[in-house]
Design a protein around this ligand. Structure first.
Ligand code: GLC
Length: 536
C-alpha cells in the first residue's frame, strides 16, 4: 500500500488486535504494547495494512477497557505513553496504519467526570451524564434495559436520582446532548490524532443520542425465550435517534482536520438504518461497520442476497466494508466450521469493500471452551448459561507449541484453546497448504489484482451451494467461485465466461490449472479464476 494514498482505508486490509490477548512481554499474563511491537514483522508478512487496537486506556477493566477512566493515557497493564509513542512509530515505519478504539458513549464510573457528576445535583459536571428522577410511584425513570442484564438505570444514594447505563452499572452513559461533553471528546480525538493515529473505530456509535423525552421502549413482539433478556424490548427510543447524525458529522469534521484519517463506526442495525451512518452527502462515518456476515445463515443463497442488498442499498459513492469476526462474537471457524473457514476468508477478501480480520482467524482459531470458573466476561457473569459469553473468542493468540503458546511466560488471563500445541503460527507456517499460508496467498493476490480492490461486484446467480461472482475493473475481470457445501459441486464453465485459469484455490493446490468444460469444486473449496495474464 502506498502510504501517501488518501484512499488507504479503501484499499487496505484491516486487522483487529485485542491487546490483552496478542503478546505479553512482561510476564503478567496480559498482552501489552511492547508485545504488539514485537509481532509487527508477523503482521507485515501476513500482508495487512492497518491495525485497529481495542482500548488500551486506563480502566478498572470491568468491561476490559471499554470502561475508560482516562481517555488520554495508557493503562499500565499495557505499558506507558512512551511505549505507545514507540508503537506508533514502529507501526508507521512498517508501512502500516494505526486505528484506536474511541469509546464516547460511556465512561467508567471511576472517571473523574463521573465522580464529580455524581457528587451533587448542582455539580458543574452533573449534566455530563444522564440523571433522572425515578417514577413518582417508585422505580426507575422508564423501562430501558442494560445490554448486560437488568435495568438500564442505577439508583444513586448520594443524590437520590438514577443514572443511565446502556451496559454495566460501572459504565455510565455520557450525555451527548451536552455541548461540553462533545467538545471534551473531540479534544480526546485531537490528542490522539496529533500523536499520529490514523483514525478511530467508534464504540456503539448508534447509542450516543437518546430520546429527549425518555419515552418507554416498546416490547419486542419477536422476542424469543432464551435469548438475552434485553432483547425483550426494542431500543426505539434509546438508540439510533436522528440527532446522532449531527454528532457523527462533527466527529468527522474533527477527523478531516487531519490528513487522510478514517472514522469507523460500530453499528448493529438493519441495513436500511445502517447506511444512514454514512451521513448526508457522506459527511458521516467513512465506514459504518457492516456486520451482516456475522449473523447470516451460511449458505450461498443467503450470502448472495446479503451482498446484493448491501450493494443496492449503499448510497452513491459510499465505500463498502465486511467483517467476519470481532471480540464480541463467536469465532468464524466455529460459526461456519473449520472446513468453511477458508471459504469465508476468500469471501471476505474478494467482496467489494474493506475487509477487517480478527486476530487469530488467520490461523483458524476456534471458539475456546470456557468453564464456569474461568469466566471473565461481565456479560456472561450477569446473564449466565445462555451462551452470550465473549471469553471464548478472546483467548490468547497461539504463536507456538511452547508453554502458554508463546503468548506469555506466565499463566494467561484467559485459558488457551486446547488445540494450541498443533494450531499455532510456527506449525502452520511450516505446512505449505495451511490456513495461515492460504491467508497470506489470499492477501497477496488481492494486492496484485486491483480489480479485487476497486473492481465492480457483479453477481452470477448462485447455483446450489456455489456462490459465484465477478469483480471487474482495472486489470479486467476475475471470477470467484465458492462452494459453501461439504459435497463436491460443478458448474458449466460457460457460466464463468472469460477467465479459465485457476489463480488460487482455498486448498492452495490448483494454481495454473486450466478449466475446461466444467469447473469442478471439491467440498468446501473456493477458487479465484482469471486469465493467464493475471497469474503472471
Ligand atoms: C461495544 C464493544 C463491547 C463492549 C460494549 C460496551 O459493543 O465492542 O466489547 O462491551 O461496546 O462498551
Amino acid at each position: 500500500m502506498d502510504q501517501g494514498d488518501q484512499n488507504w482505508w479503501r484499499h487496505g486490509v484491516f486487522y483487529q488486535i485485542y491487546p490483552r490477548s496478542f503478546q505479553d512481554t512482561n510476564a503478567d499474563g496480559v498482552g501489552d504494547l511492547a508485545g504488539i511491537i514485537e509481532r509487527l514483522p508477523y503482521l507485515r508478512e501476513l500482508g495487512i495494512d492497518a491495525i485497529w487496537l481495542s482500548p488500551i486506556f486506563p480502566s478498572p477493566m470491568a468491561d476490559f477497557g471499554y470502561d475508560i477512566s482516562d481517555y488520554t493515557d495508557i493503562d499500565p497493564l499495557f505499558g506507558t505513553m512512551e511505549d505507545f509513542d514507540a508503537l506508533i512509530a514502529a507501526v508507521h515505519d512498517s508501512g502500516l496504519k494505526l486505528i484506536l478504539d474511541l469509546v464516547p458513549n460511556h465512561t467508567s464510573d471511576q472517571h473523574p467526570w463521573f465522580i464529580e457528576s455524581r457528587s451533587s445535583r448542582d455539580n458543574r459536571k452533573r449534566g455530563w451524564y444522564i440523571w433522572r428522577d425515578g417514577k413518582p410511584e417508585g422505580g426507575p425513570p422508564n423501562n430501558w434495559l442494560s445490554e448486560f442484564g437488568g435495568s438500564g438505570w442505577e439508583h444513586d444514594e448520594t443524590t437520590g436520582q438514577y443514572y443511565y447505563h446502556a451496559f454495566l452499572t460501572q459504565q455510565p452513559d455520557l450525555n451527548w446532548r451536552n455541548p461540553q461533553v462533545r467538545e471534551a471528546i473531540y479534544d480526546v480525538m485531537r490528542f490522539w490524532l496529533r500523536k499520529g493515529v490514523d483514525g478511530f473505530r467508534v464504540d456503539v456509535i448508534w447509542h450516543l443520542i437518546k430520546d429527549a423525552k425518555f419515552r418507554d421502549n416498546p416490547p419486542n413482539p419477536h422476542y424469543v425465550e432464551g435469548r438475552p433478556p434485553h432483547e425483550a424490548i426494542l431500543t426505539q427510543y434509546s438508540t439510533d435517534q436522528p440527532e446522532v447524525h449531527e454528532v457523527i458529522a462533527e466527529m468527522r469534521r474533527v477527523i478531516d482536520g487531519f490528513d487522510s484519517c478514517v472514522l469507523i463506526g460500530e453499528i448493529y442495525l438493519p441495513l436500511h438504518r445502517l447506511v444512514a451512518y454514512y451521513g448526508n452527502d457522506l459527511a458521516g462515518a467513512q465506514m459504518p461497520f457492516n456486520f451482516a456476515l456475522l449473523s447470516t445463515l451460511w449458505s450461498a443463497h443467503s450470502i448472495e442476497k446479503i451482498v446484493a442488498d448491501y450493494e443496492r442499498t449503499l448510497p452513491a459513492g459510499a465505500w463498502p466494508n465486511w467483517v467476519l469476526g470481532n471480540h464480541d462474537r463467536p469465532r468464524v471457524a466455529s460459526r461456519v466450521g473449520p472446513e468453511q473457514a477458508r471459504v469465508a476468508a476468500m469471501l471476505l477478501l474478494t467482496l467489494r469493500g474493506t475487509p477487517t480480520l480478527y486476530y487469530g482467524d488467520e490461523i483458524g482459531m476456534r471458539q475456546a471452551m470456557i468453564s464456569p470458573d474461568q469466566v471473565r466476561d461481565p456479560f456472561e457473569k450477569n446473564v449466565p448459561g445462555i451462551g452470550v459469553g465473549r471469553d471464548g473468542c478472546r483467548t490468547p493468540m497461539q504463536w507456538s507449541a511452547r508453554p502458554h503458546a508463546g503468548f506469555s511466560m506466565a499463566k494467561p488471563w484467559l485459558p488457551l484453546a486446547h488445540d494450541f500445541a498443533r494450531e499455532n503460527v510456527i506449525n502452520l507456517d511450516a505446512v505449505r497448504d495451511s490456513i495461515l499460508n492460504f491467508y497470506k496467498a489470499l492477501i497477496a493476490i488481492r494486492k496484485k489484482l486491483p480489480q479485487l480492490v476497486t473492481g465492480a461486484y457483479q453477481p452470477v446467480a448462485a447455483q446450489g451451494d456455489i456462490l459465484l461472482y465477478r469483480r471487474e475493473g482495472e486489470g479486467g475481470a476475475v471470477v470467484i467461485a465458492l462452494n459453501l457445501g461439504a459435497e463436491p459441486a460443478s458448474i458449466a464453465s460457460s457460466s464463468i465466461g472469460f477467465g479459465r485459469e485457476i489463480l488460487l484455490s482455498t486448498m492452495l493446490d490448483r494454481q495454473g490449472e486450466q478449466v475446461q468444460g466444467t469447473l469442478d469444486l471439491r467440498g468446501n473449496e473456493g477458487v479465484i479464476l482469471g486469465t493467464p495474464a493475471h497469474a503472471g
